[in-house]
Design a binder for this molecule. Structure first.
Ligand SMILES: [Zn+2]
Length: 369
């Protein structure tokens, strides 16, 4: 009897403790709209609904408009997701008082900065440039996404905590050139910020808890990089926040869909490795104008796609797929599992995802206006 009483008292405590996340991983497939996800499943698995992200337990739709535009870019899109506030296209983590390239808005504190302030470890991985709009929205506050030097300088000179612990991404040459033009060469910036900037994943000290890897090439294994990052970030008993971006623009159709399939495999692998104390959240910052408009089960989806089709090819019409090289304004998929994921349901705003992550950690953030 006494045992039952003790259990009855303990269960609500345990249940509420389990709803807090120790760690949050945000997987961001840049430009992977619903049509892209549908096409990636058919392309990679010969059938719809075969991706892991399509089988995650919590599914919702996220609306992606900006403070002033119906169709977002990666800057305003990611700013909304990681700060809970809308701004304008081209602006990185600044309020909607910003005018792109001309006037600063107030800095918007990001989920990564909240995590740093609270003593968690943080990581950012991208197979796009580390000064690109998506990763930049977590650690930089600038009025124009093209301010490459300012963005990378802010990545290494943080406003919160000791800065991003694990930073892995590409764009090395362009970032080095921009820093040189800003009279802040990369070796000087690295020395002043006390960080060693590595050039290969192989150079990472696997026993360590921090690393900056600035790669030239964007074809590294994003799953391997994520596993290495989690190994390092997990050494912090306070937990971690990690964002992993994979570029899923399908202006190069086959490469874009292959990347979605590979990213999905990496997410499935990570889901098996992390404990049930980790919230996994998948979404896109905006959709993209790719459509499956025809096709048969026994014909490859991408029949007719040029083998060497690069990006920037403009509009393309194949037998089964049409692609117009533009972002589009319809809702995108949100998929989630783990503590706090029950809040991912129905039609959401992209700004809601910030509150999903904050409340998973048990934190209150500023209300979205
Ligand atoms: Zn984007």
């Amino acid at each position: 009897m006494r045992l039952i009483l003790v259990l009855c008292l303990a269960i609500p405590v345990l249940a509420s403790a389990q709803t807090r996340a120790q760690n949050v991983i945000l997987f961001l497939a840049d430009a992977a709209g619903l049509p892209t996800i549908n096409a990636a499943s058919i392309h990679g698995h010969k059938a719809p609904r075969k991706l892991f992200i399509q089988r995650m337990p919590q599914i919702a739709l996220s609306e992606t408009s900006t403070a002033s535009e119906l169709v977002t870019d990666s800057a305003a899109g990611m700013t909304a997701i990681v700060t809970g506030s809308r701004t304008h296209n081209g602006v990185i983590a600044q309020s909607d008082a910003a005018v792109r390239g001309r006037l600063d808005g107030a800095p918007l504190k990001t989920i990564l900065e909240y995590a740093e302030e609270r003593g968690l470890s943080t990581g950012v991985i991208s197979n796009d440039s580390l000064a690109g709009a998506t990763p930049a929205s977590l650690y930089a506050h600038v009025n124009d996404r093209n301010k490459t030097a300012d963005i990378f300088i802010q990545a290494l000179t943080p406003r919160a905590g000791d800065g991003v612990d694990v930073l892995i991404g590409s764009g090395r040459s362009a970032i080095e050139r921009a820093l040189m033009a800003a009279r802040r060469p990369l070796p000087d910036l690295a020395r002043e910020s006390g960080r060693t900037v590595l050039a290969s994943l192989r150079d990472i000290d696997r026993q360590g808890s921090r690393a900056v890897v600035l790669l030239e090439d964007n074809s590294f294994d994003i799953g391997e990089a994520t596993r290495m990052a989690i190994e390092m970030l997990s050494r912090n008993p306070n937990g971690y926040f990690l964002m992993v971006e994979s570029d899923a623009h399908t202006d190069s159709i086959r490469q874009g869909l292959d990347r979605v399939v590979a990213f999905d495999r990496a997410i499935e692998d990570i889901a098996k490795r992390v404990g049930d104390d980790t919230l996994l959240l998948f979404t896109a910052d905006h959709s993209f104008d790719l459509r499956v408009y025809d096709g048969k089960w026994d014909a490859p989806l991408l029949a007719g796609v040029p083998a060497e089709m690069g990006s920037g090819a403009g509009a393309v019409t194949l037998r089964s797929v049409r692609m117009n090289d533009d972002h589009t304004g319809e809702e995108v998929l949100v998929a989630a599992q783990g503590p706090g994921s029950e809040r991912v349901r129905g039609y959401m705003a992209n700004t809601d995802l910030f509150h999903v992550m904050m409340s998973a950690f048990g934190w209150a953030g500023p209300a979205t206006r």
